[in-house]
Design a protein around this ligand. Structure first.
Ligand code: CMC
Length: 388
């Protein structure tokens, strides 16, 4: 007779079994298929990590070469997607454009779409991994009023993305290897994070048997918010607003004030009650990129490090176990590379696509049921329609 527990925000509800990613939030541990995130960030690269997430094992050399080749086969998008793009206002937020364009992929790629066929699911994964950077760069170019730059398959995944972002018909962008390495790390660090809001959304959308591109568009929509992927953009806006170390205390006081909705962006996590292991790698990468640019004394970085130090000592943050999360340093890195703030969440979406599609594939491969939570009804009891 319908005994069910009510768990808003799914604070303690397990929705599925998964063999992809393990998190121990208290210990600050994140493993993909058993491998620690810091080791993957140090020794692997993004496409290899994609292979690992999708297939469960690291590839050997031949498997990796084949995977990279196949992904590169799919980097272009159909030319008529351009018309879709042109339907948007130039000043549209690139996440809004991204939701639209990725949703539209479901109409452009209708072949190989039997979700019960593992080969078809694999092709959908290839298409998504390789087309996301192309679409992300298209969004950026459109906002700048510049023509789209076509992908270059002789470049690595990260190099190609930077090329599509910054090359113009007049000038080929020379990719700085330190920047390419930093971008690749950002992609690895965002690749998956088990049943977060956007991944759960992709699984829920997929549980009805929906088209995978449409499911990913639902994930992108969920990622957009500032409590999730939108935090990286919010961190930079916050650091810019603070502007000077002398104003840090004022913002810390605002974050602690329960009558003020302001939160310290880039701090806190639903699962991590310890240092987010991704934030450590991100801070290291941030130092490398700024050193390369000769900007180790960047005022933004100084504010960020001071904020982190205060938060690690202040009882408000200590008692609530609010540590810097993955988004705290990623924005500073991307800004230094020349990527505008409005693209930060788009880049998160690009990188997380492999996580989303791996979870979708894992779900469809096994027995699953349509996701259908119940509710606690708090409205009117039955009443009669008023007689006229
Ligand atoms: N600044 C100030 N206080 C905070 C913050 C913060 N960033 N985060 C949590 N708190 C306080 C909150 O007010 C509450 O205090 P009290 O117990 O006195 O009411 C307590 O800490 C617990 O917070 P909660 O909202 O119940 O925790 P949650 O698990 O629901 O929220 C969170 C997690 C990530 C949404 C939240 O920490 C937050 O809003 N952080 C800032 C946004 C952010 O950086 N998001 C990125 C998350 S990581 C990347 C991703 O997943 O996309």
């Amino acid at each position: 007779h319908g005994v069910f527990t009510y768990d808003p925000g799914f604070m303690s509800t397990g929705s599925c079994e998964s063999a992809i990613t393990y998190i121990d939030g208290d210990a600050g541990v994140l493993l993909h298929r058993g491998y620690p995130i810091a080791e993957l960030a140090q020794h692997s690269d993004y496409l290899e990590t994609c292979y690992l997430l999708l297939y469960g094992e690291l590839p050997n050399e031949a498997e990796k070469a084949e995977f990279v080749k196949t992904v590169k086969n799919h980097t272009m998008v159909q030319q008529s997607m351009q018309k879709f793009l042109e339907g948007f206002r130039n000043d549209a937020h690139p996440m809004a454009v991204m939701v639209g364009l990725v949703g539209a992929l479901s109409a452009f790629y209708q072949d190989h779409m039997d979700i019960n066929d593992p080969k078809h699911r694999e092709i959908a994964a290839f298409r998504l991994i390789s087309k996301m950077p192309t679409i992300a760069a298209m969004c950026y170019k459109y906002s700048k009023g510049q023509p789209v730059t076509y992908p270059r398959n002789d470049l690595s995944y990260a190099e190609n993305f930077l090329h599509m972002m910054f090359s113009t018909p007049c000038e080929e962008y020379k990719v700085n290897p330190v920047f390419a390495k930093a971008m690749d790390r950002i992609f690895i660090l965002h690749a998956d994070h088990e049943q977060n809001a956007s991944t759960s959304t992709v699984r829920l959308a997929g549980s009805s048997g929906a088209n995978p591109f449409a499911c990913i568009a639902a994930g992108i929509a969920t990622l957009w918010g500032p409590a999730h992927g939108g935090a990286n953009e919010a961190v930079l806006t916050m650091l810019e607003e603070i502007g000077d170390e002398s104003r840090i205390d004022e913002f810390i006081a605002k974050a602690k004030d329960k009558n003020d909705p302001f939160r310290l962006m880039g701090f806190g996590h639903r699962v991590y009650k310890n240092f987010d292991p991704r934030a450590k790698v991100m801070r290291e990468t941030c130092d490398q990129v700024l050193a390369e640019l000769g900007k180790s004394d960047d005022p933004m970085l100084k504010i960020a490090k001071r904020l982190e130090q205060i938060a690690l000592e202040d009882p408000y943050f200590v008692e609530r176990k609010l540590y810097p999360n993955v988004d705290f340093y990623s924005g500073i890195i991307m800004k230094a590379i020349g990527i505008p703030t409005s693209m930060f969440t788009v880049i998160f979406a690009m990188a997380r696509t492999i996580g989303w599609i791996s979870h979708w594939n894992e779900m469809i491969s096994g027995p699953y049921k349509i996701g259908r939570p119940r509710q606690l009804y708090v409205g009117h009891t039955e009443r009669s329609y008023p007689k006229k």
